[in-house]
Every structure is written in structure tokens, then in C-alpha cells.
Design a protein around this ligand. Structure first.
Ligand code: NDP
Ligand code: 2IT
Length: 446
């Protein structure tokens, strides 16, 4: 239910951003949480802070022409949405996936505002990407695409302006080509303009692992708050990309057993525990399909075109894409004894499924909080670049773990303060929102 003062705000967002269903969904979730804040702080509504937050400060759409290996010309669309810079330069990833359009970039950029605020670090919110499909493309094609993309994007970014990073379809390789082109066009070695860089040119240790490790740390905190731990728990992780791989690695280190992971063609079930090194080999080195896992690992099976959430587990960690875990999946997970869910992906759980989990008393960690370790470590990379420093793995991982504990504590305490103990969705949305809203009030009408 929406607060009476927020209903017209939401209606206006739907009207002015027609057809952008994912953006509507993300806005609605935040507005549903902040009703009690409006009662306590009517000045936010009086100053139209919510209307302002829902309108990006700047949106850029551009043509990305490139040539494939056979000489054929392709035209893709590039996006960068600079959503909110109250707390710092715009910060958020780039997604290359054929499903990308304005509505997806805006939902991601909107969520990024509150996620970044929750980290306690000085970063605003933004997101970008392209409808380019990297699947099956050669390394040279990826390079040419990245160069063309950056040939336009470079005018809009900078270490004090907007700092992109990776997301679906954009990892260390792509960040390298993007940085190379930025450096060439601008004639500046501006390390802090992109994060997720390789260690050889200004990258930070633990950034590759950060989102997955951070998500595992967050779930560990949720479990501890209930007197539980990962020890002896069966865990299912969806996806098999960057976030999924390092979630699995840390869950194993913390005593859990990941028994299944997936990609868009199906899932692999391995009761002995997923061999994470094999997944790295298949996905990071060979860039092949997860089905190959079952061919190389005795005892594992591949199941095509079915939901990974049918595999019994006590902890579920959706780490692929938006709306990948629906109401029926939630019902199946609850029936199988699931007690905790940590969103590694952004908005992977549908609103109905979130409700199911919360009504069943499942500890539910929303992406804004649970996957904040990635962007937080990006902010640590910016800090290292600004001071021309390079921290050790151990030190950086300690910083990450402490940040995730703090994010958990903020969500937990805020939910209690507003009379919704254990509701991490409310805690994350209210805490993230009030941080940004307070800064916006102090910055005047901007
Ligand atoms: P990757 O590109 O490394 O991996 C994405 C994984 O999700 C792949 O296994 C992919 O399968 C699967 N996937 C993507 N789209 C779909 C789809 N439409 N249907 C089914 N499966 C799909 O991306 P990341 O691991 O970086 O990102 C995963 C999620 O985590 C995203 O929601 C992202 O926004 C979020 N995230 C990422 C952060 C980061 O630092 N990278 C930080 C915080 C959140 P396939 O190969 O078959 O497409
Ligand atoms: O969704 C996210 O937080 C990311 N894709 C990471 C963003 C970043 O700037 O590191």
C-alpha cells in the first residue's frame, strides 16, 4: 500500500515513463517502504524530495556503430543515466545485454542511489549500458564495440563526474578496452574514471570477488541475527557469472555447500558441492555454457529450461538477473525449508515472491543491501586511485567485511526504529532514502 501523499507521485512516474515497467517496479518498492518516513518528516514531501529523486538529473542515449569480423556494420544503442549526485559523483555499472533499454537502465540507476547511500561512502547513483549482445562475439569484436561505446561516453564521465564499472556482460576485459579508449581520446591517465580495472593498470584487489563475497557476508549476518550460520547449510545460487562465482567461493569458505548454479539455458545440480574452480574455468576462461559442467564433473547433472529454485536448500542466493525468482519459486523454496534469501542480483525477486518470503518469516536481504559490496569496493578502488596507493588483499577484504556488517546493522536498526523488526527491505529503503534526502535538503533546490 502506498501512503496517500505518495500515490500521486507514483502515478506521475508511471505516466511520465511509459512502458518502463522495471523502473515502475523499483520506484514502487521504495515508495511503499517510505510512507512512515513521510509521516515523521513531512518536510521531505513538502520540498518534493521524492519527485526529485524519481527524476534522473541527466539521461544520455547515443548511437554505437561498430563493425564485426566479417566487415558487417552494426548499430547498437548506448545509455547512461546520471540519476543522483547528492552524495558524490554518479557511480554504477554498465550492462551489455540484448534486453537493455531505458526502463532497465533506469531501474538499476534508481536502486543504485539507495544502495550507494547505504554503503556510507561518498558516491551518487547512476547506471548505463547497451543492447549489444556479447554472446558469441570474438575478442576483437568486443574491443571494437567497447571503443565505439567509449568514443561517445567519454564526454560524459570523469573521476569527479561519473564513474562507470561492470555489470552483466561487462567484466575486467571490457573495462580494459573502455579505459584504453578513454585514455587515448582524453590524453589523461585518469585511473579513477572507471572501476573494476585490472591490477596491472590501477585496479583494486578484491573488486572481482567483492559482490559475491559481500553477499555471503551479508547473509552470514542475517543468519547470525537468528542464531544460525552457514555451517552445514545447503545453498542454491542462480547464475554462473561474476557475482555467482564469488558468492559460491565465499559460501564454501564460510562452511555452506552450494549444490546448484545456473545460466540462461538451465541449471547444474551437484550434491557433492559445486566445484567453483571448474565453474571459473568454464565461465571466465573458456566462456562456455554451464551445461559443460555436468560433462566434466562425475555425479553432476544438467537440467535444461527449468527453474533452479526447485532444488532443495536452506539458503537461496539469486545472482543472475531481475525478476528471475517468482511467487511459485518462493513457495517451492519455503516448502523445502529455505530460511534465508540474499539477493546478489538487482531486483531478482518479484514483489509477490518477496511478500511470500516475508510472510513465511524467511530472512530476506534485498539487493540494495546484500549486493552493495561490489560498489563499495569500487569506492575503495577510487580511494586507492586518488591516493596512488594499492592495498593488500587481506586489508581490502577486511574493509569489505566491515562495510557489509555495517550495512546489515543499518538496515536492521532502521527496521526496528520504524517498528518493522527483521524487515530488511524497509530498513534498506528507509536508511538509503533518508541519507540522500537529508543531503538534498541541505544542498538547496537542485
Ligand atoms: P555476468 O554477466 O558475469 O553473469 C550474469 C549471469 O546471469 C550469467 O550466468 C547469465 O547467464 C545469467 N543471466 C543474465 N541474464 C539472464 C537472463 N535474462 N535470464 C537468465 N539468466 C541470465 O553478470 P554479473 O554476475 O556481474 O551480474 C549478475 C547480477 O548481479 C546482475 O543482476 C547485476 O546487476 C548484479 N550485480 C552485479 C555487480 C557486479 O559487481 N558485477 C554488483 C551488484 C549487482 P547467460 O550467460 O546464459 O546469459
Ligand atoms: O549493481 C551494482 O552495484 C554494480 N553493477 C556495481 C557498480 C559499481 O560501480 O561497482
Amino acid at each position: 500500500m502506498l501512503h496517500a501523499r505518495l500515490e500521486p507521485v507514483y502515478d506521475n512516474v508511471v505516466q511520465r515513463n511509459r512502458g518502463e515497467t522495471e523502473f515502475h517496479q523499483a520506484v514502487r518498492e521504495v515508495l511503499e517502504s517510505i510512507g512512515p518516513v513521510i509521516d515523521k518528516h513531512p518536510e521531505y514531501a513538502d520540498q518534493k524530495i521524492i519527485e526529485r529523486i524519481c527524476e534522473p538529473e541527466r539521461q544520455i542515449t547515443f548511437r554505437v556503430p561498430w563493425e564485426d569480423d566479417r566487415g558487417e556494420v552494426h548499430i547498437n544503442r548506448g545509455f547512461r543515466v546520471e540519476f543522483n549526485s547528492a552524495l558524490g559523483p554518479y557511480k554504477g555499472g554498465l550492462r551489455f545485454h540484448p534486453s537493455v533499454y531505458q526502463g532497465i537502465v533506469k531501474f538499476l540507476g534508481f536502486e543504485q542511489i539507495f544502495k550507494n547511500a547505504l554503503t556510507g561512502l561518498p558516491i551518487g547513483g547512476g547506471k548505463g549500458g547497451s543492447d549489444f549482445d556479447p554472446k558469441g562475439r570474438s575478442d576483437r569484436e568486443i574491443m571494437r564495440f567497447c571503443q565505439s561505446f567509449m568514443t561517445e561516453l567519454h564526454r560524459h564521465i570523469g573521476e569527479y563526474i561519473d564513474v562507470p564499472a561492470g555489470d552483466i556482460g561487462v567484466g575486467g576485459r571490457e573495462i580494459g578496452y573502455l579505459f584504453g579508449q578513454y585514455k587515448r581520446i582524453t590524453n589523461r591517465y585518469e585511473s579513477g574514471v572507471l572501476t573494476g580495472k585490472h591490477l596491472s593498470f590501477g585496479g583494486a584487489r578484491v573488486r572481482t570477488e567483492a559482490t559475491g563475497y559481500g553477499c555471503a557476508f551479508f547473509v552470514q549476518e542475517m543468519l547470525a541475527a537468528r542464531g544460525e550460520s552457514f555451517e552445514g547449510k545447503q545453498v542454491v545460487v542462480s547464475g554462473s557469472g561474476n557475482v555467482a562465482i564469488y558468492t559460491m567461493e565465499k559460501v564454501h569458505q564460510l562452511g555452506g555447500t552450494v549444490v546448484a548454479c545456473s545460466d540462461s539455458s538451465g541449471y547444474v545440480h551437484d550434491e557433492n558441492g559445486i566445484d567453483v574452480e571448474l565453474v571459473k574455468q568454464l565461465k571466465e576462461v573458456e566462456r562456455t555454457r554451464i551445461a559443460a559442467y555436468a560433462e566434466r564433473r562425475p555425479g553432476a547433472k544438467f537440467v535444461s529450461d527449468r527453474s533452479v529454485w526447485e532444488v532443495p536448500c536452506q539458503v537461496a542466493m539469486p545472482s543472475a538477473t531481475q525478476n528471475e525468482l517468482g511467487a511459485d519459486d518462493a513457495t517451492a523454496l519455503i516448502a523445502n525449508g529455505c530460511i534465508a534469501v540474499g539477493e546478489g542480483a538487482n531486483m531478482p525477486t518479484t514483489p509477490e515472491a518477496v511478500r511470500n518470503f516475508q510472510e513465511a518469516g524467511v530472512a530476506f536481504g534485498p539487493g540494495k543491501a546484500a549486493n552493495a559490496g561490489g560498489v563499495a569496493t569500487s569506492a575503495l578502488e577510487m580511494q586507492q586511485n586518488a591516493s596512488r596507493d594499492s592495498w593488500s588483499f587481506e586489508f581490502t577484504e577486511q574493509r569489505l567485511e566491515q562495510i557489509m556488517k555495517d550495512v546489515h546493522a543499518r538496515c536492521y536498526a532502521t527496521a526496528e526504529e520504524y517498528g518493522m523488526p527483521g524487515n530488511y527491505v524497509a530498513g534498506a529503503n528507509i536508511n538509503g532514502f533518508t541519507n540522500v534526502a537529508d543531503a538534498m535538503l541541505r544542498l538547496g533546490l537542485i
